[in-house]
Design a protein around this ligand. Structure first.
Ligand SMILES: [Zn+2]
Length: 70
């Protein structure tokens, strides 16, 4: 029973490490930045849809962290 619990914790641990944080981008097609906060100043003048994507995908698309983020 104890080993089963450890196994469950192991799986949970893996799931946490595999997950990458989500970031927000302005879906204009050419926005070069990604944002951690959907209410970031850098997104406030976005006139397109704000979409949530994974950090990995944002990096793969060549986006860089917004200058307003800390
Ligand atoms: Zn930002």
């Amino acid at each position: 029973m104890k080993s089963l619990l450890l196994f469950a914790l192991f799986l949970l641990n893996c799931a946490i490490h595999k997950e990458t944080p989500d970031v927000y981008i302005c879906d204009s097609g050419k926005a070069p930045r990604y944002h951690y906060k959907s209410n970031c100043r850098g997104l406030s003048n976005c006139s397109y849809k704000i979409v949530k994507i994974s950090l990995n995908r944002a990096k793969k698309e060549g986006k860089t962290l917004c200058a307003w983020e800390d």
